[in-house]
Design a protein around this ligand. Structure first.
Ligand code: SF4
Length: 428
């Protein structure tokens, strides 16, 4: 979502004659788009602002901006820690940027944080997409779930779905521009439409609509909330040949007591049932997840349930993190239950080891299979042209080929599996 926001910010800035540079030292305007999901990302943002502040002391004409979740969550802290910042704007203010930029160019210092979003047709703004084959389309923003560890409902607000026709129009333009993959984004993507008083507006129906668009492209959607995956969504994924058979479904913990403490609306057994249902429908599907190690009060036994879940569910890959207390959240206040840092990181290490084992096991299942892949980039290695591609199930596949180019779909027979990727040979 942050990457997508950055593409929108770059697009708006281009209207004012700004061009992106990868030489930070040459920039006239520096904007950091922040994430506050963990303390580390927040610390990195302040450290970067510190470097830019020093630069501004030598060149006061430089303008500095900060946006995203850190700005939205704590504008006063930002202004106190970095008073030299010219522009602080929140996650709800991106579409006010045209006006904000004019004002900072006139040497105003601005703090623009709204608690409700500026609603507009996003097709009115140019988007500077960074990837040449995949385009992100946010379809719903915010979250109503209030998991006790998570800051998103405080920084991104409640769920707001975009108009379905507006999304379809954006998708049509993307396909015309030559993109080969559309990723529908939402903090809780399968909640799409619930706030729109029309029972026909659902993620399943949006997939059906997008699937009918003409062109050679495929569709993904992330991130799914386990108990919001409906039978209709599974049916739509099955009916629509352009929809990738890939589900990212964060479980967060393999233990039902911890899930309750996290305010996740499902038990371990219910999560298992959802995975079973998806695997039965799509034999070659990949299912990935997220897990937190060392949630407040988590016992060793409860942590073991997480390790077992990765094995038993044969998860293909998981994002992992040690629990990081976040301001405003319920879990952040459970200080008497915090797990000592050394234990938390030792559990994270074991979780990562388990994840590695699961990945190689998952990758080996594909040896001998033919996967349809999309070429994302090409590298030259010892005079050989190596194509780096992604299968519909999100597996990275490398293969040697002299005829295919970036943006081509092609079939590859998998010949070798490593922990994080597959190798193969052309099978067209
Ligand atoms: S569903 Fe995801 S975004 Fe929403 S509160 Fe829970 S962890 Fe945060």
């Amino acid at each position: 979502m942050n990457k997508s926001d950055s593409e929108r910010i770059s697009g708006i800035l281009s209207h004012f004659g700004y061009e992106e540079t990868d030489k930070e030292k040459e920039a006239d305007l520096l904007i950091i788009n922040t994430c506050s999901i963990r303390q580390l990302s927040e610390d990195k943002a302040y450290s970067k602002l510190g470097v830019w502040g020093k630069r501004k002391r030598n060149n006061p004409n430089i303008k500095i901006g900060i946006c995203g979740c850190v700005a939205q969550q704590d504008k006063d802290k930002v202004r106190k820690r970095a008073p030299y910042v010219d522009l602080v704007f929140g996650t709800h203010n991106i579409y006010e940027l045209p006006n904000l930029i004019k004002r900072i160019e006139n040497n105003e210092k601005i703090c623009a944080i709204k608690n409700t979003p500026v609603i507009c047709d996003q097709n009115n703004f140019k988007i500077e997409r960074k990837d040449s084959v995949n385009a992100w389309i946010p379809i719903i923003e915010g979250c109503n779930n209030f998991c006790t560890y998570c800051v998103v409902p405080f920084t991104r607000g409640r769920e707001r779905s975009r108009d379905m026709n507006e999304i379809v129009k954006e998708a049509e333009n993307i396909i015309k521009e030559g993109f080969k993959e559309i990723t529908l984004l939402g903090q809780n993507v399968d909640s799409y439409g619930k706030d729109l008083n029309d029972k026909n507006i659902t993620l399943a129906n949006l997939l059906r609509k997008l699937n009918k668009l003409k062109g050679d492209f495929r569709i993904r959607f992330v991130t799914s909330y386990p108990s919001d995956i409906t039978d209709d969504l599974i049916n739509a994924a099955d009916e629509c040949e352009k929809v990738c058979k890939y589900f990212h479904i964060p479980m967060q913990s393999g233990n039902s007591r911890i899930l309750k403490e996290m305010n996740r609306r499902y038990t371990k057994e219910e999560y298992y049932a959802i995975v079973k249902k998806i695997r039965e429908r799509f034999p070659l599907v990949t299912i990935t997840s997220d897990f937190i190690a060392g949630f407040p009060g988590e016992t060793e036994e409860e942590f073991q349930d997480t390790l077992s879940a990765i094995d038993e569910l044969e998860l293909d890959y998981s994002n992992t993190a040690a629990y990081s207390p976040r301001e405003f959240t319920k879990a952040g206040k459970m200080t008497d239950k915090f797990i000592p840092e050394n234990i938390k990181y030792e559990r994270l290490e074991r979780l990562n080891e388990k994840n590695k084992e699961a990945c190689i096991k998952s990758n080996k299942k594909f040896i001998g299979k033919i996967l349809n892949v999309l070429v994302e980039n090409i590298t030259l290695k010892n005079g050989k042209r190596i194509l780096n591609a992604r299968a519909g199930n999100n597996k990275i596949v490398h293969f040697e080929d002299n005829s295919k180019n970036i943006g081509d779909f092609t079939n590859v027979k998998i010949t070798k599996a490593q922990t994080w990727c597959l190798y193969g040979e052309p099978a067209d």
